[in-house]
Design a protein around this ligand. Structure first.
Ligand code: CUK
Ligand code: CUA
Ligand code: CA
Length: 643
């Protein structure tokens, strides 16, 4: 294998050998976990730790230093893993700018506490939240002309199979959709233009891959017969957030990517075996990347060729191989790729999809035009769409691009980022032994999961930064108890050699993120009073009683609430609607009521409401939680509950 040499050529050091050996043991033996435990042995003073320290020190950290008062060049929009939130970080500084509650509760803003956020999150008949947990992995932005348009971000919840949308003018979640008949909704990606109408060159659909097979419907039937279980690929409308359609596939899905021409969405599959146990999921020598022909799926639905599952009305098209024998009418194409792939990424030139091997030391490069040929009946086998499969290192997971023809892949087991050239990999695959495929390697600390480049998922990939999202930080930061911070490492990719320019911490545990140029993001300075139909003004402010339902219409203006005393009776159902009449940017007030679990904020010109039962009597100081004025501490009113 020609690429073996390059693997050893580039940055061969003692640490690399040390990691490589243990990683091989991990692969051959008990699987990925054994490998990462061995790697984790980097106690201070060990070979790996000292090499790590050297790597960190030898590079110019000044590139990441943003002087006090200076602004970052990029926004990084990150998932927050099982914290259930999304995050905004400045790049290159690594400063955390904001946390966006999505599937979690957040008392800072009152997410999960206010009526407005509960309506988005979804409630049970008794008014309590349907779910309070989530697991966000992937954040992607809406597109126009092949690049970000700054309108929306989408983020998945793997636990409860929900897709959330964040509007970028306020950076708040405005819609959440639960996908029917799906479990383990993992990968998600918006389309970049319409598959049929080329005049629609912006995002109108969001695709969702499901990782775990379940019975159809999942109501207690077929519990003991996993061979009958299956996974659905889902299309959600980008505007309405309604589920448009689903496709049943052979095997499972993992991550999702979309082609720049709008024709395809695709998903890597590590469980083509359709197994219910780990050994079974690793049985096949190759797995697949499944491509969906979006226009054909929608034509099939128009022609009535679909079923529905259980109580769901969403049309489900059969995308299994048995139902799609003829490529010319098939809705799916299963391209064989390296064993148990993790990740699929589209190159910024629109030509290729790259799947990583995870259990194979290779990345598989699929040419999108050849997949199209297969669908047209002009390619012999699906595998013929593969144009390169370079050997790049151990445990490859995710690939990013610099827009100059180079790919950057995270190597989980090797704890490295490998830079390789796509054109060279294709030439090598054709038999050219003289080309150099692997161009550089850099050690990261440690076990990188996702890696992503500045604007790397757009036609405007600028090749400036690559961020390595590392799963283990070990000795990189002060210890803070058994749970460590995660390390995010920023790498300068402008030169031939990659250079680590900074480490920053992350609360566990971010997965994927995108790095967006700052000029694309246009946020509001304050809210608009009229955006809130329930706004409180001098005309309707005050207290209104209907039976035992009490509506308190309240205003805030620094440093006071409009009512110094609010009196209700024990047993009342109390709704407080609060409009902040301050117009000064950043002048936010809070509203907390002791012993009633009420805590939320209202930003300038914003309205929010809470509803709760006044189930115990007494005097309670409703106070402002957000420091707003010299008299902030004095900003409090009495909430009196009569026995
Ligand atoms: S996954 Cu976590 S590192 Cu959910 Cu995108 Cu690969
Ligand atoms: Cu209003 Cu503090
Ligand atoms: Ca497999």
């Amino acid at each position: 294998m020609g690429s073996d040499n390059e693997v050893n050529d580039v940055q061969t050091n003692s640490r690399r050998r040390f990691l490589g050996k243990s990683a091989v043991l991990g692969l051959a033996g008990a699987g990925v976990l054994a490998g990462c435990k061995e790697n984790g042995a980097g106690a201070p003073g060990s070979a790996s730790a000292s090499a790590a320290a050297a790597a960190g020190k030898s590079h110019g950290a000044s590139k990441a230093h943003v002087e006090p008062g200076q602004l970052d060049d990029y926004y990084l929009f990150s998932s927050g893993g099982h914290s259930g939130e999304a995050r905004i970080i400045g790049i290159p500084s690594g400063r955390t700018l904001r946390r966006i509650p999505v599937f979690n509760m957040d008392p800072m803003v009152g997410w999960g506490i206010t009526n407005e956020s509960k309506a988005i999150l979804g409630t049970k008949p008794d008014g309590s939240l349907k779910y309070t947990t989530g697991d966000t992995h992937h954040v992607h932005g809406s597109y126009k002309d092949g690049t970000y348009d700054g309108r929306y971000l989408w983020v998945n919840d793997k636990i409860n199979s929900r897709l959330a949308r964040i509007r970028m003018d306020t950076m708040e979640c405005d819609k959440i959709t639960e996908l029917p008949n799906v479990m383990g909704f993992h990968g998600t990606f918006p389309d970049k233009c319409d598959p049929v109408d080329k005049a629609i060159n912006h995002t109108t659909r969001v695709f969702c891959g499901a990782e775990f097979a379940i019975p159809f419907p999942n109501d207690g039937r077929d519990l003991d017969d996993p061979s009958k279980w299956g996974s659905l690929f889902t299309c959600v409308d980008a505007e309405t957030m309604a589920v448009r359609w689903q496709v049943r596939v052979d095997g499972n899905m993992d991550l999702v990517a979309t082609s720049y021409d709008g024709r395809f969405a695709c998903s890597n599959q590590y469980n083509t075996e359709n197994a219910a146990d780990q050994a079974g999921m690793m049985a096949a020598e190759r797995d697949a990347c499944v491509f969906f022909d979006v226009a054909r799926i929608e034509a099939a639905i128009k022609a009535g060729k679909f079923t529905t599952i259980g109580s769901s009305k969403v049309p489900v098209v059969d995308g299994r191989k048995a139902a799609n024998a003829d490529p010319k009418t098939s809705v799916t194409c299963y391209v064989p790729v390296g064993k148990n792939p993790h990740g699929v990424n589209a190159s910024p030139d629109g030509k290729y999809m790259v799947c990583s091997g995870k259990l194979s030391p290779t990345a598989t490069v699929i040419e999108v035009a050849l997949v199209a040929k297969w669908f047209d009946g002009e390619l012999k086998t699906e595998r013929d769409a593969v144009v390169a499969e370079p050997e790049i290192g151990l445990g490859p997971l995710h690939t990013a691009f610099d827009g100059k023809g180079n790919a950057f892949t995270t190597l989980f087991l090797d704890s490295q980022i490998v830079k390789w050239n796509v054109a060279a990999a294709i030439a090598q695959f054709k038999g050219d032994k003289s080309v150099k495929v692997v161009l550089d390697r850099v050690d990261v600390h440690y076990q990188p999961g996702h890696g992503y480049a500045s604007m790397g998922e757009t036609k405007e990939a600028d090749g400036k930064y690559f961020n390595s999202g590392n799963k283990f930080s070990k000795d990189r930061f002060l210890p803070v108890g058994p749970l460590h911070s995660e390390t995010e490492q920023l790498i300068d990719i402008t030169g031939d050699k990659m250079t680590i320019v900074s480490d920053h911490t992350a609360y566990p545990e971010p997965h994927d993120a995108i790095i967006m140029r700052r000029d694309i993001v246009k946020t509001r300075q304050i809210y608009n009073l009229d955006d809130f139909p329930n706004k409180v003004t001098a005309d309707n402010a005050g207290i209104e009683r209907k039976g035992n339902k009490v509506h308190v219409r309240l205003m805030s203006q620094a440093p006071a609430f409009s009512m110094p005393v609010i009196k209700v009776k024990k047993g009342d159902e109390v709704t407080i609607t609060l409009t902040n009449h301050d117009k000064v940017e950043d002048l936010t007030h809070g509203c907390a009521i002791p012993t009633f679990n009420i805590n939320f904020i209202v930003n300038p010109q914003e309205t929010k409401s809470v509803t709760f039962k006044a189930d115990h009597a007494g005097a309670f100081w409703m106070y402002c939680t957000h420091f707003c004025h010299a008299l902030h501490l004095e900003m409090r009113s009495r909430f009196l509950v009569e026995a």
